[in-house]
Design a protein around this ligand. Sequence first.
Ligand SMILES: Cc1ncc(C[n+]2csc(CCOP(=O)(O)OP(=O)(O)O)c2C)c(N)n1
Ligand SMILES: [Mg+2]
Length: 625
Amino acid sequence: MTTRRLTVAQALVEFLAHQYTERDGQRHRLINATWGIFGHGNVAGLGQALLEAGQDTMPYLQGRNEQAMVHAAVGYARQSNRLAAQAVTTSIGPGATNLVTGAALATVNRLPVLLLPGDVFTTRPADPVLQQLEVPYAGDVSVNDALRPVSRYFDRVVRPEALIPAALAAMRVLADPAETGAVTLAMPQDVQAEAFDWPEEFFADRVWRVRRPAPEHAETTAAAQAIRAARRPLVVAGGGVHHSEAEGALKAFADATGIPVASTQAGKGSLRHDHPADIGGIGHTGTAVADDLARTADLIIGVGTRYSDFTTASATLFADPDVRFLNLNITGFDAHKLAATTLVADARAGLEALTAELAGHRVDETYEAEYRTGKARWERLVDAAYAAEDPSARPSQTQVLGALDATVGDDDVVINAAGSLPGDLHKLWRARSPRQYHLEYGYSCMGYEIPGAIGVRLAAPDTPVWALVGDGTYLMMPTEIVTAVQEGININIVLLQNHGYASIGGLSETTGAERFGTAYRFRSADGMYTGDPLPVDLAANAASLGMDVLRAATVAELREALAAARASDRPTCVYVETETGDTVSGAPDAQAWWDVPVAETATRPAAVKAREEYDRHAAGRRRHL
Ligand SMILES: Cc1ncc(C[n+]2csc(CCOP(=O)(O)OP(=O)(O)O)c2C)c(N)n1
Ligand SMILES: [Mg+2]
């Protein structure tokens, strides 16, 4: 047997450089680059190995914050339809635990990322080492164990030869469309530097087939029967449609059957916005037409959706007493939700099978006419929210979206995750291509936007990307601006200043908490943060990190700035103070509820009143069995 003598870290890098995915006859390199921040725990192990391998074998990307590196890798994986991913290496201790939020985000959104945190010595010659957590009751626990619940696969490479099964298992999970998420290989720092004679076969090119499992015939038949029997069927398209690249199959299904398609945050863009069957977002942040249809639907056809509480309006949306569910999903776990009839399959394969099985079937004309009218009515609301009559006025948040809509090309990618923008975008954005609408709403993590945009741009180097960032979100994680500047990654940021948490302020108000702690303001005499806005200059901050910054004070200036940002080949930030301050954005009201528990007893009248409202809504909750 031929062997090669390498350290564990060198062997891992060499192994990763030879892994591929394949789907639909197309081959992609699975681990395309490795992000890293070095400290003890990876500097002399994986750091040395990356240096020795060279940029051609394993490109290295320098980040500023470990969590942000995971976000960038997640943006990359999503834009790559989960066929390519990136690795992230960290030092031990705080570098490693900074991964936890990113890992949870990846796993919740079912997006692949390989995490390689350094870990403490297995040989323990001097316990504790710097940054080591000592647990009095267990000698084999390190902070990396915090990554177990947020990883789809976790392993600790405690002996050199254990790298072989661990690395293979990691690739299996990353490339498995039903299993994927964050995968963690904890790498003890002494083991990383240890040499071993590796079998040459370990470094051979290896192809991981990303399966498209077809549905079982019996499930397809039962599913088609349920659809034929339904008078008011409604598709809920989730992120699985995109991951599977099933947009064409969904369009063919909708064209043939006339069944309307609503979408979740992850699924928006599954149909182009102007397709007659596209009725926009569903749920708490949905359109009136989608939510009205959801309330009266007798069959909900979930395609690649997790049915989060935003989608179901906290189990109040699907109100027809006889409503049934049919779930097409690649995981049995999601397919079985809401006591559904299951169609466990790849979204594209499942939709194709259904369309064939349903040949000749179409929903009633009156049903089609009903939702087309509802769609047209909602379109007028979008027009009104986008319109800005006075170009010399300060824009509202929805007018910012209108200006952006007028600026972007069909393939531009718009990225957002948290604040009041996700709701406004879900209600209003007109997605023109499958990848355009990039909302991370599985974890809705403030700070995803800027590193996420970097990841998207790395996966699609010629595509303009727009990170839409609230002021609170900006302050949470502006760090990777430096990375974009360093690498010449041409991202655009639209930074919306409204002096605090408009979204949570509004939520706080409706739930009886009276906007407590949600504005960025000085303290008033009564000790509350209700004084003047803070004299912070986030535009100057972005400029100080190396971005080009364009300040837009009016609608006209905003239009100009967005066009200039798009034309520029440098990372550019468009900074805009929105007109409506921290109260309203200009978007239509929520069309459905979201359950945020309200104090059952309180002395302040606002909470008492909010609880009455809460009880009224909560009475509408249903358990679908
Ligand atoms: C990491 C993280 N912490 C807390 C939250 C809860 N949260 C959701 S939106 C939000 C405020 C966002 O503020 P900003 O970015 O200014 O957007 P705005 O609400 O003003 O539109 C907070 C604190 C979150 N989603 N993510
Ligand atoms: Mg804000």
